[in-house]
Design a binder for this molecule. Structure first.
Ligand SMILES: *[C@@H]1O[C@H](CO)[C@@H](O)[C@H](O)[C@H]1NC(C)=O
Ligand SMILES: *[C@@H]1O[C@H](CO)[C@@H](O)[C@H](O)[C@H]1NC(C)=O
Ligand SMILES: *[C@@H]1O[C@H](CO)[C@@H](O)[C@H](O)[C@H]1NC(C)=O
Ligand SMILES: *[C@@H]1O[C@H](CO)[C@@H](O)[C@H](O)[C@H]1NC(C)=O
Ligand SMILES: *[C@@H]1O[C@H](CO)[C@@H](O)[C@H](O)[C@H]1NC(C)=O
Ligand SMILES: *[C@@H]1O[C@H](CO)[C@@H](O)[C@H](O)[C@H]1NC(C)=O
Ligand SMILES: *[C@@H]1O[C@H](CO)[C@@H](O)[C@H](O)[C@H]1NC(C)=O
Length: 321
C-alpha cells in the first residue's frame, strides 16, 4: 500500500497448524481473500472451494474505544460468519492508515501523557518542505503507546488465540516528521520488533506475523535493518510477509524480497497480499499487461517461497465462476 522513494512499496490450514514449526515446503500457496471489511462479496467468495479463508482489517480505535475497554464484537461476528462457511479468519490490526481523515488510535491516546498517540505520515513524494499528510501512524517508538498496544494484543490473544489462523501487524514502511514527537529511526525499529515479539509471545496457537516491506533507514539493508529484523523474527517465532506482491519490482527486490525467501524455513510462516491499487496499476514489464494469476503465483512460490497469498476480492480471476 506504500509508495516509497518513488518505488511502489508498499497455510494456515491443517498442514501448517503449528506456529512453532517451520513451514514445510508446499508446491502451491494457499489462496485466501483480502477484504478490509467482511462484506457480502467476501462472504460469497468464501463459498469457492479454492479459497481457504479471509484476511480482514480492524483499527486499534475500533477495538479499544475507551482505555482498557475492549469491543471485539466485530471480529467475533466475522469469525462466526466465516466459520459458518467452513472457512478461516486472519486478522490485521491497523495501527496506521493511508487516509488523512482516519487516525487509527483510540481517542484516549490524544492526550499529553501519550504525546497525542499518533503522528501524521506521508506516503508518496515526501520531503520536509513537501510533507503532505496522507495518514497517521501510532507512535510505536513511544514506550507508553507501545504498552497500550501490547495490552490490546494480549486481550486479542485471550479471546482469539487458536480461533483465528493468524494475526499480522501492518507494514513497517513509514515516513513521519523525524524532528517531531521524539521520533528516531532506531526507536521506531526497536519498538516494531518488540511489538512483533510480544504478539508471538501471546499468540501461542495462531500465527503472529509482521508485514515488513521497508525500514525508514534500512534501504538495501542499510544499518542491517533487514538482517537484524529477520533474525529477530526467526528467534521469536514471528512469521513474515508483506502487503504488495509485485513480481520483480525493483524497490522490493532490493529490500524485503531478498529476505522473505532467505528466511522462509527459519520463521513459522510467510505470507503476502495482492491488493489494490497494485492489481490495477502495476504491469508486467515483460508483457506490458497486468500480471496474470499464474505470474503472481509463480513469483510468490518460486521466488518468495510464500505459504499464503491474500487476494483482493476485485482480482479478475475471482470474478465469475
Ligand atoms: C461494539 O462495537 C459495535 C460495532 O462493531 C457496536 O455496534 C456496539 O454498539 C459496540 N458495543 C458497545 C458496548 O459499545
Ligand atoms: C493530535 O491528533 C489529532 C488527531 O489525529 C490531530 O487532529 C491533532 O492535530 C493532534 N495534535 C497534536 C498536538 O499533534
Ligand atoms: C517531489 O517534490 C519535489 C518538491 O516539491 C519536486 O521538486 C519534485 O519534482 C517532486 N517529484 C515528483 C516525482 O513528483
Ligand atoms: C496529498 O495527499 C492527498 C491524499 O491524502 C492527495 O489527494 C493529494 O493529491 C496529495 N497532494 C500532493 C501535493 O501530493
Ligand atoms: C522526549 O524525550 C525527552 C527526554 O527523554 C522527554 O523529557 C520528553 O518528555 C519527551 N517528549 C515526548 C513528547 O515524548
Ligand atoms: C546494496 O548493498 C550492497 C552491499 O552493501 C552493495 O554491494 C550493493 O551495491 C547495493 N545495491 C544497491 C542496488 O544499492
Ligand atoms: C491507479 O490506476 C487508476 C486507474 O486505473 C488511477 O485512477 C489511479 O490514479 C492510479 N493510482 C496510482 C497511485 O497510480
Amino acid at each position: 500500500m506504500h509508495f516509497y522513494h518513488l518505488a511502489f512499496s508498499a497455510l494456515a490450514g491443517q498442514a501448517l497448524a503449528a506456529p512453532s514449526a517451520a513451514a514445510s515446503a508446499t508446491p502451491t500457496p494457499q489462496n485466501w481473500l483480502y477484504s478490509p471489511q467482511i462484506d457480502d462479496v467476501a462472504l460469497n467468495l468464501l463459498d469457492r472451494h479454492d479459497i481457504v479463508g479471509v484476511q480482514a482489517q480492524y483499527t486499534w480505535k475500533s477495538l479499544e474505544p475507551t482505555e482498557g475497554y475492549y469491543n471485539f464484537s466485530k471480529i467475533t461476528r466475522d469469525y462466526k460468519n466465516v466459520l459458518g462457511k467452513g472457512k478461516k479468519l486472519w486478522v490485521q490490526v491497523q495501527d496506521r492508515t493511508f487516509d488523512p481523515s482516519n487516525d487509527p488510535v483510540p481517542g484516549y491516546l490524544h492526550t499529553p501523557y501519550y504525546n497525542n498517540g499518533s503522528a501524521p505520515s506521508c506516503d508518496g513524494n515526501c520531503t520536509s518542505e513537501n510533507f503532505n499528510v496522507t495518514g497517521y501512524v501510532a507512535q510505536q517508538w513511544n514506550a507508553r503507546v507501545r504498552s497500550r498496544y501490547q495490552a490490546l494484543l494480549k486481550e486479542l490473544a485471550h479471546d482469539f488465540d487458536g480461533k483465528i489462523t493468524g494475526l499480522n501487524l501492518p507494514e513497517t514502511s513509514i515516513t513521519v516528521d523525524v524532528t517531531a514527537n521524539n521520533y528516531t529511526d532506531e526507536g521506531y525499529f526497536l519498538g516494531e520488533l518488540e511489538n512483533a515479539g510480544y504478539a508471538a509471545s501471546v499468540f501461542k496457537k495462531s500465527y503472529a506475523v509482521q508485514y515488513v516491506n521497508f525500514w525508514p533507514d534500512g534501504w538495501n539493508n542499510t544499518n542491517n535493518r533487514f538482517t537484524d529484523s529477520f533474525n529477530y523474527y526467526a528467534k521469536h517465532g514471528v512469521g513474515v510477509g508483506g502487503p504488495d506482491l509485485i513480481p520483480n519490482k525493483p524497490g522490493q527486490m532490493k529490500n524485503s524480497y531478498v529476505y522473505i525467501p532467505e528466511y522462509h524455513n527459519k520463521v513459522p510462516i510467510t505470507v503476502i497480499a495482492v491488493q489494490q491499487p497494485d492489481v490495477l496499476n502495476e504491469t508486467n514489464a515483460a508483457t506490458g499487461k497486468p500480471f496474470t494469476k499464474e505470474e503472481f503465483v509463480d513469483f510468490a512460490v518460486n521466488d518468495l517461497k510464500i505459504d499464503i497469498i491474500f487476494w483482493t476480492t476485485i482480482i479478475p480471476w475471482l470474478q465469475g465462476k
